[in-house]
Design a protein around this ligand. Structure first.
Ligand code: UDX
Ligand code: ADP
Length: 481
């Protein structure tokens, strides 16, 4: 029986290994992590991450050919294939701070593999890393190998949160990069045979190591660039009276452009887009390509601009001040169907409103109070470090912030509502009931274009939707630039 061990039981490692176990009953899969609470959660009925369909997959294989353990050394030693799926934060200090990837966790995982291995292994890079990381890891492994042979592969993960299980079941493609030597090609074939259990052969692409590593950064940069492009258009739509949804639909009908990833929003979030683009920018700078670096940096600048534009719109609409006004925040996760808040635009929007002394009442169906408080006091880029290194909450919680159990409680007595995640329930809640319980004039700022703005205007709300023709009220109070 082939044995797989995955180091890192996070958003990538957990779901990916669960699906491999489900689709490959002849393979034993063990997911290991240094975090005891995380492993305990994977072994319980309350999994550490919320992901539609995941519970079901885990229930079917856990205890049969899928295991979760903190005994990193034992399971790495026994494995034929070791996936590495640990966190790769952005450096906060030293060379490349604010841009380059901090590979501390990766290096430590690689050293563990070198230390405990007694047989030849294939080591698979699964977390997104800068180009040429595999080469560096190879050096650590070969210099510490005691004669054992390691083959490094890059097998970037393209799943998106909220649809992870679907994406893993039916991937657009699986990408495997490896050395062009006979040993490297053999390792590629071994990993290919794992995916071939359920992925059609023509969807399994093989490349050299660096192409695979760069493809992940490039894919995320292209996706994020589409969002920044449409968000840039949304500002122009508001200024001219065009409707961004109509523009997106019209351009998406061009088969060369396509309809996906053209939804204007308050900004993109998530653990990958910003981090990977910063990484790309840093790699370009290091390779003497400042113009290319500048080009990609702009994608992040527009994203930041979109978030501050939203805050400015809220403040300017409400007579240029939100001081001591209650604002309800509906949705805190970076997208629907996940409890993940990493780099969520809600953090910057809330911080912006708090900067203007607003009082916030936040509701999200999946995010805990503790997480929201931690996010609002955390420094930029600290989120990608293990929990014990992050500031504690609620001891140091933000006083002007309270957490509500539903949308009705959050909005009671509020002056305005900001919708920051596109949860389905925000389309169907009783806005009349909400309107009746709010201060007047009552505002809705829809950062995800989920509400029926006309219906809300009928009720009496003043409505702002990203990139849509403005209410007369908003036109009279142009957003501060
Ligand atoms: C992304 C990539 O899609 C995935 O392939 C990669 O493996 C990891 O990064 P993820 O961050 O989980 O996945 O979610 P994604 O669906 O890409 O959304 C990212 C952000 O963009 C979210 O905040 C989302 O709300 C926003 N978004 C997405 C928009 O604002 N508009 C869109 O049209 C699409
Ligand atoms: P991702 O979204 O890429 O999956 P996460 O942060 O959710 O990232 O998960 C990474 C996991 O890797 C964390 O649970 C962390 O505890 C674990 N981890 C980091 N370094 C090591 C290590 N050296 N050995 C085992 N687990 C590790």
């Amino acid at each position: 029986m082939v044995k797989i061990c995955c180091i890192g039981a996070g958003y990538v490692g957990g779901p990916t290994m669960a699906v491999i176990a489900l689709k490959c009953p002849d393979i034993e899969v063990v997911v290991v992590d240094i975090s005891e609470p995380r492993i305990a959660a994977w072994n319980s009925d309350q999994l550490p991450i919320y992901e539609p369909g995941l519970d079901d997959v885990v229930k079917q294989c856990r205890g049969k050919n899928l295991f979760f353990s903190t005994d990193v050394e034992k399971h790495v030693a026994e494995a034929d294939i070791v996936f590495v799926s640990v966190n790769t934060p952005t450096k906060t200090q030293g060379l490349g701070a604010g841009k380059a990837a901090d590979l501390t966790y990766w290096e430590s995982a690689a050293r563990t593999i070198a230390d405990v291995s007694k047989s030849d292994k294939i080591v698979v890079e699964k977390s997104t890393v800068p180009v040429k990381t595999a080469e560096a890891i190879e050096k650590i492994l070969t210099h510490n190998s005691k004669g054992i042979k390691f083959q490094i592969l890059s097998n970037p993960e393209f799943l998106a949160e909220g649809t992870a299980i679907e994406d893993l079941f039916l991937p657009d493609r699986v990408l495997i990069g490896g050395r062009e030597t006979p040993e490297g090609q053999k390792a590629i074939q071994s990993l290919k045979s794992v995916y071939a259990h359920w992925v059609p052969e023509d969807r399994i692409l093989t490349t050299n190591l660096w192409s695979a590593e760069l493809s992940k950064l490039a894919a995320n940069a292209f996706l994020a660039q589409r969002i920044s492009s449409v968000n840039a258009m949304s500002a122009l739509c508001e200024a001219t009276g065009a409707d961004v949804a109509e523009v997106s639909y019209a351009i998406g009908k061009d088969s060369r452009i396509g309809p996906k990833f053209l939804n204007a929003s308050v900004g993109f979030g998530g653990s990958c887009f910003q981090k990977d683009i910063l990484n790309l920018v840093y790699i370009c700078e290091c390779n003497g390509l400042p113009e290319v670096a500048e080009y990609w940096k702009q994608v992040i600048k527009i994203n930041d601009h979109q978030k501050s534009r939203f805050v400015n719109r809220v403040v300017s609409s409400m007579f240029n001040t939100v001081s001591q006004k209650k604002i309800a925040i509906l949705g805190f996760a970076f997208k629907k169907d996940t409890g993940d808040t990493r780099e969520t635009p809600a953090i910057d929007v809330c911080k912006g409103l708090l900067g203007d002394k607003a009082v916030l009442s936040i509701y999200d169906p999946q995010v805990t109070e503790d997480q929201i408080q931690r996010d609002l006091i955390m420094k930029k880029f600290d989120w990608d470090h293990p929990l014990h290194l992050q500031p504690k909450s609620p001891k140091s919680s933000v006083k002007q912030v309270s957490i509500a159990w539903d949308a009705y409680e959050a909005t009671k007595g509020a002056h305005g509502i900001c919708i920051l995640t596109e949860w389905e329930e925000f389309k169907t809640i009783d806005y009349k009931k909400i309107y009746d319980s709010m201060q007047k004039p009552a505002f809705v700022f829809d950062g995800r274009n989920v509400v029926n703005a006309e219906a809300l205007r009928e009720i009496g709300f003043i409505v702002y939707s990203i990139g849509k023709p403005l209410d007369a009220w908003l036109k009279d109070m142009p957003a501060i630039a």
